[in-house]
Design a protein around this ligand. Structure first.
Ligand SMILES: Nc1ncnc2c1ncn2[C@@H]1O[C@H](COP(=O)(O)OP(=O)(O)OP(=O)(O)O)[C@@H](O)[C@H]1O
Length: 506
């Protein structure tokens, strides 16, 4: 470790974990890992999918109670037996999956489990609503605390969940992928709050695959690889390349090249588009959207979270019925009444919430083969053939562990995402719509996805990539349209663009 374990003045660290080991059945998640968190520190934690980040943090949060090694808070040995124990010790964690209660109001969610009470012991609704409004305001969120939270866009839900933890008074706050659904301005607001929280002497662990965010907000960075602690270093004087090198443990020539800096877009493709829309509108989500995508082309649709791009993607897959406008496939008008019509027309859609569409208790190979089973069920696909298909995808996407018989639920979040993508790659559509295809993936996995999607394009597929992450769009798209408040405001063709240009347009 290159940092001193002692805090200034010789006080013990806020949190010290030593020699932590944890296995799940035959899978070893952590192999004797050390981790130190100091008071008033924002500590970035990075590593490839499956490196053990979430497992380590879930031990602190009292989710995993069986492990080896020592856990000390302010110099005192503790062993949490439940999430409740951990909360009582002043530790709060926001998991990758949101844990809000969709049917409750915003205020109830902010105060979940600790509602203010009146002198006579009833819930103090007015204090709760007032308190929630103030807390949210400091995060720049202007929303009526009486709104049902499930009716709000996902980015807002994520911010509200963060608000709950940030204002809980916890001394140790663990944020696992907190910015995945946030727009750039929302990320900036979150960072301002995190800096305020740090000033109060509270400590934050920030897990993310967005290395720019990690370097921007953290004081210290720790890298895990394959269940081991690789290095801990002050963020001063290190850069993204340094982090990637330690994450993957080898040179990374070629990796991320397409993400950083500028990229050159392709000229417009001539001929009849495989898919085209004219004046497409859907309620308040988006209106008057005209776009086209050709065979052998990747169209990027970029916009901040909640600008209508997710609804647009769903419409193109027959999940939503447009209020106006038309969709044409190979130059002919098509009315898509449902998703099976879209599939028959050769359209595939990988949604951003793909993990919810998987079967967590089923083995990996079943999850991958399910879409071809549907397509060629009459052929009585044999399990051996299913496994063989799955193995091919597990290999090309570098899914870890590389086992097709283990239950999907035992994989790390990022690896589950890869399985979800593999599932859709098994059947060859004409149009492939990908919503947030690399969310939650580490740099290496992103690179694998980029290669696979480009390969599909080269085989003649028309691909639409919908994303609120500029890097995702830049790394994949041949041509980009930018959406803002439900409208296409800009198209970039045959020119060199950068992240700044995209952000500016959005
Ligand atoms: N509940 C579980 N049952 C079985 N195996 C598990 C379980 N949770 C995690 N693992 C395994 O432990 C290893 C570490 O997973 P973990 O979720 O900690 O990784 P991570 O670094 O957080 O990855 P990601 O960036 O993808 O979220 C992985 O191999 C994973 O498959």
């Amino acid at each position: 470790m290159t940092l001193d374990d002692k805090q200034e003045g010789g006080a013990p660290p806020r949190l010290q974990m030593t020699g932590i080991a944890k296995s799940f059945g035959g899978v070893t998640a952590l192999r004797g890992v050390d981790f130190t968190l100091r008071a008033g520190e924002i500590h970035g934690l990075v590593g490839e999918n499956g490196a053990g980040k979430s497992t380590m943090m879930k031990i602190i949060a009292g989710v995993h109670t069986e492990y080896q090694g020592s856990l000390q808070i302010d110099g005192k040995e503790v062993h949490f037996r439940s999430a409740h124990d951990s909360l009582a010790a002043g530790i709060s964690m926001v998991h990758q999956e949101l844990s809000i209660v969709p049917d409750l109001t915003v205020a109830e969610n902010v105060y979940l489990g600790k509602q203010p009470v009146t002198a006579i012991g009833t819930i103090d609704w007015s204090a709760m609503i007032r308190g929630a409004r103030e807390q949210l305001k400091s995060l720049g969120i202007d929303v009526d605390p009486r709104t049902r939270i499930g009716s709000l866009p996902i980015g807002l839900q994520q911010l509200i969940e963060l608000a709950r933890v940030l204002f809980s008074g916890a001394r140790i706050i663990i944020l696992d992928e907190p910015t995945s659904a946030l727009s750039p301005p929302e990320v900036q607001r979150l960072f301002e709050v995190l800096r305020r929280v740090r000033k109060d002497g509270r400590s934050i662990v920030f897990i993310s695959h967005f290395l720019d965010d990690i370097l921007n907000i953290s004081d210290t960075v720790t890298v895990f690889r394959n269940g081991r602690h690789v290095i801990t270093h002050s963020t001063e004087g290190i850069d993204k390349n340094w982090v990637i090198e330690h994450m993957i443990g080898r040179g990374h020539e070629g990796l991320e090249e397409s993400y950083s800096g500028s990229i050159a877009l392709s000229p417009k493709v001539e001929g009849t588009p495989v898919l085209q829309t004219q004046g497409l509108s859907f309620g308040r989500a988006y209106s008057d959207v005209s776009l086209e995508v050709h065979a052998g082309e990747i169209l990027g649709v970029y916009g901040f979270m909640g600008c209508g791009q997710l609804e647009l993607a769903r419409t193109l897959f027959g999940k939503l019925r447009p209020a106006a406008g038309s969709i044409m496939l190979a130059g002919r008008n098509h009315v898509l009444h449902n998703t099976s019509q879209a599939r028959q027309a050769g359209i595939a859609f990988v949604p951003e919430s793909r993990r919810s569409m998987l079967f967590h208790h089923q083995p990996v190979y079943k999850n991958i083969s399910i879409s071809i089973l549907e397509k060629i069920s009459r052929l009585w696909l044999k399990p051996a053939a299913e496994r063989a298909t799955a193995r091919g995808h597990v290999e090309s996407l570098h899914i870890r562990p590389p086992l097709v018989n283990v239950p999907l639920g035992s994989l790390s979040g990022g690896n589950q995402q890869k399985v979800a993508l593999a599932k859709w790659l098994t059947y060859m559509p004409k149009v492939l719509i990908l919503s947030e295809p690399t969310r939650g993936m580490d740099v290496g996995a992103k690179d694998d996805v980029v290669k696979i999607v480009r390969d599909l394009r080269d085989k003649g597929l028309a691909v639409i990539v919908v994303s609120a992450e500029p890097e995702t769009v830049l790394s994949l798209a041949d041509r980009v349209v930018v959406m803002k408040k439900g409208r296409i405001v800009r198209e970039f063709v045959n020119e060199t663009i950068s992240k700044d240009k995209l952000l500016e347009a959005a």
